[in-house]
Design a protein around this ligand. Structure first.
Ligand SMILES: Nc1ncnc2c1ncn2[C@@H]1O[C@H](COP(=O)(O)OP(=O)(O)OP(=O)(O)O)[C@@H](O)[C@H]1O
Ligand SMILES: [Mg+2]
Length: 336
């Protein structure tokens, strides 16, 4: 098709660019002035919790949903004013598996190839190539209804790749799959990345983003709250410390909830209570990490405990794991 054109375009423009992209559903702001700039060949993971705005973002970028404000470009095409051109350069693998159970794997691919208007011989070659890549050659003539979830997902990806898109969008590509199937999908994605396909995937698995992505964007309540390579994100959290305090007495849950809400409001830290271990965890928030030295952070926690007449049996501090920081960044303030 116009792959030469795509290559030309891609030499000097972003593969995916969103500028202040916003979506309101009534009063709810699902995506709030999102800015992303993804380079050609990059694998970018949009990481966020349930309801963070991942699917809404993807639906806008793939022209399914009209943005309330902002603009976006795919391989240089304006997604709003030139949506037809835009559609020619990308493919989507959505959260639902969109394949026909009553057809074989080969027939599914053949059917979609005919919709794209691919020439028969060319289509045959491409289909064989994709089946081999997906490790499905020996199951090509089996009905899709006999496929495992992982095999179905791989076929969905193969279908999305039929017309050699420059950009691939994937909404939670491995959700609901067992660890072995998940690894197979990861291998498929790594291969695509090697081939230079630009990939934007959404996920709520930190591990998935960590393993696959060149860059990660963390989205919370529709806003991009952090962005960078995994190493950059790690560097950002280096200065963050958490403090864990084990209380010596158990308090009524209402009382502890009130205290924790109070601590959260005055300490500018994420504060949560673990009922099982009777511990309070204080995590230094991003905003305070540069200005606040660890020692003053400890002092604040200690003086708060004293003020509240709370005695403890242990007090420890450590560097939180990426997982803990991710939780602190993606979740709202935890109050028990
Ligand atoms: N069609 C809609 N009408 C009203 N509200 C919507 C609609 N679609 C999404 N929302 C809201 O927008 C917010 C973001 O939803 P979205 O589906 O984008 O989240 P997500 O990050 O994909 O979550 P998940 O991980 O559960 O798939 C949520 O608060 C959701 O309730
Ligand atoms: Mg979603």
């Amino acid at each position: 098709m116009h792959s030469a054109k795509i290559l030309l375009i891609m030499e000097n423009v972003s593969a995916i660019k969103a500028i202040d992209l916003t979506k309101h559903f009534g009063k709810r702001v699902a995506v709030d002035r999102l800015n992303i700039d993804i380079h050609p060949g990059e694998l970018y993971a949009l990481l966020g919790d349930n309801g963070a705005g991942k699917t809404t973002t993807l639906n806008m970028l793939t022209t399914l949903l009209k943005p309330s404000a902002g603009e976006f470009y795919i391989c240089g095409y304006n997604g709003i004013t030139h949506s037809e051109d835009t559609k020619g350069v990308f493919s989507v693998v959505s959260q639902d598996v969109a394949i026909y159970n009553e057809l074989t794997a080969y027939e599914n691919l053949q059917f979609i190839a005919s919709l794209y208007g691919l020439e028969k011989e060319k289509a045959q070659v491409r289909i064989q190539e994709l089946l081999a890549q997906a490790d499905l050659s020996d199951r090509a003539n089996d009905l899709v209804s006999t496929f495992s979830g992982g095999m179905q997902r791989k076929l969905t990806i193969a279908i999305a790749l039929l017309h050699k898109p420059a950009v691939l969008f994937m909404d939670e590509p491995t959700v609901g799959l067992d660890p072995a199937a998940r690894r197979q999908i990861w291998a498929t994605l790594s291969n695509l990345r090697e081939e230079g396909v630009t990939i934007l995937l959404t996920t709520h698995y930190l591990e998935e983003a960590e393993i696959l992505a060149d860059r990660i964007g963390i989205i919370r309540q529709g806003k991009l709250v952090a962005e960078g390579t995994i190493d950059e994100l790690r560097d950002r959290i280096k200065a963050i410390r958490n403090v864990e305090v084990r209380l010596d007495k158990r308090l009524a849950i209402e009382e502890i909830n009130t205290k924790i809400a109070h601590a959260h409001s005055i300490l500018n830290m994420q504060v949560s209570y673990d009922n099982v271990h009777n511990t309070i965890l204080f995590v230094q928030s991003e905003e305070t990490k540069n200005g606040t030295k660890l020692i003053s952070c400890l002092e604040h926690v200690l003086s708060w405990l004293k003020e509240e007449n709370m005695t403890f049996t242990s007090f420890s501090t450590n560097e939180p794991s990426l997982e803990e920081v991710f939780l602190a960044m993606t979740k709202q303030a935890v109050t028990a």
